[in-house]
Every structure is written in C-alpha cells, then in structure tokens.
Write a protein that binds this ligand. Sequence first.
Ligand SMILES: Cc1cc2nc3c(=O)[nH]c(=O)nc-3n(C[C@H](O)[C@H](O)[C@H](O)COP(=O)(O)OP(=O)(O)OC[C@H]3O[C@@H](n4cnc5c(N)ncnc54)[C@H](O)[C@@H]3O)c2cc1C
Length: 226
Amino acid sequence: MISSAPITELMGSIKPAPISLLHARDLKYRDFLTVALIARSSHRFLDNWVYIHDPSVKVGRVQNFRSWSPELVPDEEMTCLGLEYFCFEGDGLWSAPDAELVELAKKEITKIGLVRSSDVVDACVVRQKKAYPVYDESYRQNVETVRRDLALNFPNLHLVGRNGMHKYNNQDHAMMTAMLTVRNILAGETLYDIWDVNEDAEYHESGTSGEIAALSSVRMTPRRAA
Ligand SMILES: Cc1cc2nc3c(=O)[nH]c(=O)nc-3n(C[C@H](O)[C@H](O)[C@H](O)COP(=O)(O)OP(=O)(O)OC[C@H]3O[C@@H](n4cnc5c(N)ncnc54)[C@H](O)[C@@H]3O)c2cc1C
C-alpha cells in the first residue's frame, strides 16, 4: 500500500491505533489561501512571482499567472494576479468571508502599486489546507518514530510525496519518491532510499541536489512548441 495522504491523517485512520500515533498527531502544517484578482492592466511585470516584504501589508507573495503562461490569461487586456496569504486553518484570515478577503487583496495590491483597485473586474478565493509541512523542533523525531513503527509493524505500507513524508518536496521530488517506491516494490528489496530524494531541500530550479542518478536521465522539462 502506498500513501500520499498527510501522515497525521493516515496514522489516525489505522485501527487499532498504531503506537506512534501521538508522534504523527504532533506534526504540524501551515495553511494558505490565494485571492486571484482579474484586472485591466497596461502595466505588466515579467516575474512569475514576487515576495512582498512590506510589513504594512499581510500578503506574502504575488503570483503573476500570465508570466507562467500567456494561455492562463487569454485576454490581452487583462492580468490575473494571485495574492497569497500564509495562515492557519481556522485563524482570522482563513475564516474571513471571501468578500472581505477580496477587499483586503484589492487594497493591498493598490498599496504595493501593481494594479489599481478600480481596475479589478473579478476575483476568486481558493483555500489550501496543509500547504506546507512545518519543520518545528520536534518534527524530525516525530517522523523518525512513525517510520520505525511502520517498518516494524506495517512493512508493506509505503509513505511517498510531500505531506505523505512530511517533507518539503516539490512536485518532481514527490513524483520521484513514488516512482522509486514502485521500483523497490517490484524488486522486492530497497534499491533506493526515497528519503534521500531532495535531501538538501535545495530549490528545484537552482540545483540537482538529491537527484538519484538512475532517474536523473528521465526527468523531462517542458519546451516551447516550435
Ligand atoms: C502554494 C504552493 C505552491 C507550490 N508551487 C510549486 C511549484 O511551483 N513547483 C513545484 O514543483 N511544486 C510546488 N508545490 C509543491 C507541490 O504542489 C507538491 O510538492 C506536490 O503536489 C506534492 O504531491 P503529493 O502527491 O505528495 O501531494 P498532493 O498533490 O497534495 O496529493 C495528495 C493527495 O492525497 C489526497 N488525500 C489527502 N488526504 C487523504 C486521505 N485521508 N485519503 C485519501 N486521499 C487523501 C489529496 O486529496 C491529494 O489528492 C507547491 C505547493 C503549494 C502548496
């Protein structure tokens, strides 16, 4: 059995309760919401995203969807910016009504100077639970304890992915852990240690750390069509 569900939820669903359940429950997550603003805009910036360090606003990062791909924003006159707010499920930001979040985003995007509030024509709020596994002082020990428990008592249950391993994996790392797990299962032995993938948590666009040689040749990146 291969699981990419958050460790907390997986371990909480096993009956009878596994011995490492308290450690699994002690793992924490950071949640996240995006307010996408669609606006008329002649002024374009080219970055895919910008981090916002101004303490007078709550937004932490702005995604510029047209820079990811023009096909995401097919109307030439429009831009679509995703204002990202880091929060915890149930806190003030998370629980705020959508209309209030849209107003906040419009006010803040105007203050930052990327778009004027009066140019916003539509908006949408998306909430994402468990967006980030939290690396606090006890997470490493907690994950270690869960792994030992599984190895001993559930040897055919395999953890993969991001929250599945409580590891700050990017998409390619998450997929690689699953592919290597399948190879291990087919081989009937541990050919690859999937916990080595992304070991240095290096950013995916800047390095090759953690790549396992056997798979590095099959990682493909998109190319512009001719
Ligand atoms: C805001 C944000 C931006 C990101 N940007 C990038 C980026 O630019 N590039 C990049 O490479 N990566 C990025 N990532 C990381 C990337 O999204 C993850 O690494 C990747 O999606 C992890 O894949 P996964 O299969 O482990 O988990 P997921 O994609 O989260 O899949 C887990 C699946 O398990 C399901 N599930 C959960 N609980 C249960 C349950 N109890 N029972 C059954 N099913 C369950 C979920 O519904 C989900 O479908 C970003 C992540 C976030 C949050």
